[in-house]
Design a binder for this molecule. Structure first.
Ligand code: KIV
Ligand code: ZN
Length: 572
């Protein structure tokens, strides 16, 4: 059945969130299917117009995630669900199949247009690209009505060639054309001029929405996008907290708040009177902070304290002069209220006497759909916390719920017991008991430089998967001595990074659980790499790799080009 193409409102700016696709390409940010679903649900609550849910052909995991997001979040009242596909039939077919359950499916297909990409990466001529691009857009169009096309590395492409490609793909049925600054090279004035040039030189441009996509290599992505909006772009491709390839993508929260706080400045560029109060985006700004924390916790990508909008210091005033000014009149040093991004929506909601029903209802209101087993475990934790902490806030509840939901398919090794002894006259010593995937209970102990180091050494003695801890952070969820501590860690194994997160009032327990979660991701990752069908294919066919294959994938940097293209990594 042919699915309706969504009515696009271009008198405002469409927000296309690519946290689950480009954002997930950040080293170490990989998410499992349930975590992707949790984020997708929150993105829908945030009010994004389009969710780019993944790259279905890239891996079976990506395919499943896109399919499940299409099924559960891509409803009639939900956002457009988009899947990425290179300009090849097999990619487009995989995207179409994964997107099938979505009410509003979109295929986003791309091919590079810059000479440097054509010569060294694609080994194709301009004439070939000029043929492939419209052909693949038409092919995508045979599956869905809503087709987005991106000329990759547009920022470094010859504009005249770009105009020709765009005209042809629009004739072939593209509904959105997206202009990526793939390597984050352009400056705001240049990027604005590029969009203006496209508007003026592509004859059929009025039939499509102009979108922009950009990386932050020079820290200019958000500025570039705002300049693009002034010149006619009406869709912004961005990620929560600006995560993504290399230096990341343009940050959703920065774009949305710039368009909100400075709406009087931007209104005329969208044909509105400057004083218009109609929102420029569909985003519910009060969901921004919560979404930012969710993405940070699940990806393990920490937010720098001075990060605009969502950093811990973004609304903190340190100097006496600033504090004095803010006390006298808030706007002396504040251009937006913390409440606008949901920072102050930290209500005290439940207490010791609250029942299971009230607990479950509040979790549902916060957007957590827990299974019966998860809910039972979460409720026990809530009761335990309520014994230690008088006032339980939404953030405490979120910490518990996230902890319980992230564990679902990560249960390889389980921490059964952890105990430490430390102090200024003691050698930090830890004892742990871990249940292995085969159900065996193993106990070991170790001495470390501190209690966390001792715990990690003891766990390593049991689990025995080589790894290097590269990041460890602990943050309190709320103020007060009884607050829950959230621990986020990242560890490295070979060329890959894995993150783990856990929350507990005891930060040693949280540290141990976060480490177990990261180790379990590593363990699952090794299993998947060993089972991946393309991995087997690589062993048989790829002479460039010396036919090596065992439990681990051949040691290639990701996305290395392979001479015959059959290795287990995707050649982009
Ligand atoms: O950065 C880029 O060019 C991309 C495209 C696939 C849009 O991510
Ligand atoms: Zn990108």
């Amino acid at each position: 059945m042919r699915i309706k193409y969504p009515p696009q409102t271009v008198d405002r700016v469409l927000i296309f969130d690519t946290t689950l696709r480009d954002g997930e390409q950040s080293p170490g940010a990989s998410l499992n299917v349930d975590e992707k679903l949790t984020i997708a649900r929150q993105l829908a609550r945030l009010g994004v117009d389009i969710i780019e849910a993944g790259f279905p052909f890239a891996s079976p995991g990506d395919f499943e995630a896109v399919q499940r997001i299409a099924e559960t979040v891509g409803t009639e009242t939900g956002p457009v669900i988009c899947g990425l596909a290179r300009a090849t039939r097999q990619d487009i077919e995989a995207a179409a199949k994964a997107l099938k359950p979505a009410y509003y499916p979109r295929i986003h297909t791309f091919i590079a247009t810059s000479d440097i990409h054509l010569e060294y990466k694609l080994k194709k001529t301009r004439a070939e690209v000029l043929e492939i691009a419209p052909e693949m857009v038409a092919y995508a169009k045979s599956f869905v009505d809503d087709v987005e096309f991106s000329p990759e590395d547009a920022g470094r492409s010859d504009p005249e060639f770009l105009y020709q490609v765009l005209e042809r793909v629009i004739d072939a049925g593209a509904t959105t054309i997206n202009i990526p600054d793939t390597v984050g090279y352009t400056t705001p004035t240049e990027f604005g001029a590029l969009i203006k040039g496209i508007k003026e030189n592509v004859p059929n441009i009025d039939r499509v929405v102009i979108s922009v996509h950009g990386h932050n290599d020079l820290g200019l992505a958000v500025a570039n996008f705002l300049e693009a909006v002034k010149n006619g772009a009406r869709q912004l491709e961005c990620t929560i907290n600006g995560i993504g390839e290399r230096a990341g993508n343009a940050a959703l929260e920065e774009l949305v708040m710039a368009l909100y706080v400075r709406r009087q400045y931007f209104n005329p560029f969208l044909g509105r009177p400057p004083e218009s109060e109609a929102p420029l985006t569909n985003i519910n700004t009060r969901e921004i902070y919560k979404t930012s924390r969710l993405v940070s916790n699940l990806t393990g990508m920490l937010i720098q304290p001075n990060k605009a909008i969502v950093g811990a210091n973004a609304f903190a005033h340190q100097s006496g002069i600033h504090q004095d000014g803010v006390l006298k009149h808030k706007q002396t040093y504040e251009i937006m209220d913390a409440q606008l991004i949901g920072l102050a929506d930290n209500q005290i909601v439940l207490g010791k006497l609250s029942g299971r029903n009230a607990f479950a209802t509040r979790l549902r209101e916060l957007g957590f759909e827990l299974s019966e087993t998860e809910l039972n475990k979460a409720f026990l934790r809530f009761k335990d916390l309520a014994d230690k902490k008088k006032e339980i806030t939404d953030w405490d509840l979120e910490a518990i719920a996230k902890d319980e939901t992230q564990g679902i398919d990560l249960r390889g090794y389980q921490l059964e017991f952890v105990q430490v002894s430390c102090g200024d006259h003691a050698r930090p010593t830890a004892t742990v008991t871990v249940r292995t995937p085969s159900g065996e209970e193993l106990t070991d102990a170790a001495i470390g430089t501190g209690p966390v180091d001792a715990v990690y050494r003891a766990i390593n003695r049991v689990v025995q998967i080589p790894n290097r801890l590269i990041e460890y952070s602990v943050q309190s969820v709320t103020a007060g001595i009884d607050a829950i501590g959230e621990v986020t860690i990242r560890l490295q194994h070979e060329d890959r990074i894995y993150s783990g997160h856990a929350a507990n009032t005891d930060i040693i327990v949280a540290s141990a659980q976060a480490y177990m979660n990261a180790l379990n991701r590593l363990y699952r990752g090794l299993e998947q790499r060993a089972l991946h069908p393309q991995a087997r294919y690589a062993r048989v066919h790829c002479s460039a790799l010396g036919n090596q294959w065992g439990l681990f994938m051949p040691r290639l940097p990701p996305r290395t080009n392979c001479t015959d293209g059959t290795h287990g990594y995707l050649c982009l």
